[in-house]
Structures are given as C-alpha cells and as structure tokens.
Design a protein around this ligand. Structure first.
Ligand SMILES: Nc1ncnc2c1ncn2[C@@H]1O[C@H](COP(=O)(O)OP(=O)(O)OP(=O)(O)O)[C@@H](O)[C@H]1O
Ligand SMILES: [Mg+2]
Length: 263
C-alpha cells in the first residue's frame, strides 16, 4: 500500500517559538520532522506530552508556519492554500469546539451545511452520527450542557459524518468512555477502508496498536522511529524482543522515547 501517492508529505519540518521576555534562543518545538500519511491507511502520530504532536497538526492545517521544511497536504501548500485545504479535510482539534447554545443535532446540521454536505444526505447522516457517538437520546439538548466526554464525542461526530480526503484527529478519544470508543474506532477504520487518509495523534498505545497501519513516534520534537507495528518491534534490540511475547507497542514506545527513564 505504501506506493500510492501520499496525502500528507512533510519533510524536515522545524518550528521555533520565541521565548517571551528572555533573551534565550527560541524554543524548537519541532526539529526536522518527517511525516507521511497515505490514502486507505490510518497513520498514528505517537509521542509523549509536549513532543510536538499538536504543533505538527497546526502546521499541517496552515495554522502555524514552520521556520523550515517542505509540506504538501492533498497536494496543497497549507501556508498559502489554507482555505481550499480546510474544505477538503475534516479536523478534530485537541481543544473541543462546539456551539454551546445549539443542541447536539443543531451543531451537526450547522457543520454539515457549512461544509457543503449534499442536502439529500444530511438528515440520514446526522441521525446515524448521533447514534454512532451515542447521543441520540440527547440530540435536542444544548451542547453546552454536556459532560466533557459527551462534548468530545459530538466534536468527533462532526468530523466522522463528513467524507473528507483527509481526516485529522488530535487525540480523538481522550476522555471518551470505552462504550463509545469501540464504535468510534470502527468508524475510523471504515473511513480508511473507503480509501481516505486518516492521521491521528494519540497517547493511547491501545489505540495506535489497534488502528495504526503506520506509526510514527516522535519525542522532544524529533522523529525517533516509524513503520508498521511489525517493523517497529523488529527495530527493538534482540534482548528486548526476547522478553515476554508478544512485544507490545508500549515496549517499543518506552524504548524509543526514553519515557522509561523518567519514571
Ligand atoms: N505557542 C507556543 N509558544 C511557545 N511554546 C509552545 C507553543 N505551542 C507549543 N509550544 C511548546 O511546544 C512543545 C510541543 O507542544 P505540543 O502541544 O505540540 O505537544 P503535544 O505533543 O501535542 O503534547 P500533548 O500530548 O500534551 O498534547 C511544548 O513544549 C509546548 O510547550
Ligand atoms: Mg497535543
């Protein structure tokens, strides 16, 4: 599958943030990072807190300009073609954004219209989505009155009901209960099976292990390892591979990110 044209192509992406008042050198949040996401695949970007996942998402959607690097998303340059890009992707940022005064259903209707979902599809897809994120019985309640996890599910619903060329999810199931998570994972798999590209960030090993056709691990703003789960585990030293079978993604993650040293 890896030979098809990449939907996301990022090479050598570097992002620096000025450090407020001090005269210190800028903080390098991303250092020469490479990332690819392909149609028909779920690509997981895995990294500890502060490793630069959200920063990279912001670069890919044109919210943030990198100080250097080459970027193409759906063949477009996010820095100069942001409007066109945003029409073709569905995005769930890390911070949930909803209209709190609108009901759950109204939030979906608004999103569907704004992003030009065909009118004939709207009613069915909105009702299906409310079921998918298990908010059917709360569809007429205002989103602002929902619990954190319910708001997160509604925000996911907004993206999952669309048919984008690229689905970008920043920690999609953070705070989502197991009952809803399984349905959401299945929908994410379907999106990839439909031939679309999915790129998601996560801290959940289980999520990356389950969904990731391709996994890119970053740590402190830099690439550490990338490949399929099998490719990643084969990169562990012999001694670690021999440990309790089967080797889990968590073993790979802790080995390469040095997070094990912090504990
Ligand atoms: N606007 C900003 N100004 C200065 N530093 C920033 C800014 N945005 C992010 N950073 C820094 O860049 C680093 C990467 O942050 P980022 O939010 O991308 O991490 P993350 O991998 O998404 O973490 P998490 O798992 O907690 O969501 C952090 O050290 C953060 O403090
Ligand atoms: Mg983040």
């Amino acid at each position: 599958m890896r030979h098809s044209q990449a939907t996301v192509e990022a090479t050598g992406v570097t992002v620096e943030f000025a450090r407020g008042r001090s005269k210190q050198a800028p903080f390098r949040a991303l250092d020469n990072v490479d990332l690819e996401a392909r149609p028909g695949e779920v690509t997981c970007l895995l990294g500890p807190n502060g490793s630069g996942k959200t920063t990279l998402m912001n670069v890919l959607t044109g919210l943030l300009a990198p100080s250097s690097g080459h970027l193409r998303v759906l063949g477009l340059d996010p820095a100069t073609q942001r409007r066109e890009l945003l029409r073709r992707i569905a995005l769930v940022p890390q911070e949930t954004s909803l209209y709190p005064e609108l009901t759950a259903r109204e939030n979906l209707v608004f999103h569907a219209r704004y992003y030009g979902m065909p009118v004939r599809d709207q009613r069915a897809r909105i009702e299906e989505t409310l079921d998918l994120v298990q908010l059917g019985s709360r569809a007429s309640d205002r989103a602002g009155t929902f619990s954190g996890g319910m708001q997160r599910r509604l925000a996911l619903g907004k993206a999952l009901m669309m048919k984008p060329d690229l689905l970008l999810l920043d920690e999609p199931t953070l705070g989502v209960d197991v009952q809803s998570r399984e349905a959401i994972w299945q929908r994410i798999e379907e999106v990839a099976e439909e031939g679309r590209a999915v790129l998601l960030t996560t801290n959940y090993m289980e999520e990356a292990q389950r969904l990731g056709d391709h996994i890119t691990i970053i740590d402190r703003g830099a690439n550490v390892v990338r490949g399929s789960l099998t490719e990643l585990t084969s990169q562990l030293p012999e001694t670690k591979r021999a440990e309790v079978p089967p080797v889990s993604l968590q073993d790979v993650f802790l080995h390469f990110t040095g997070s094990g040293l912090r504990n």
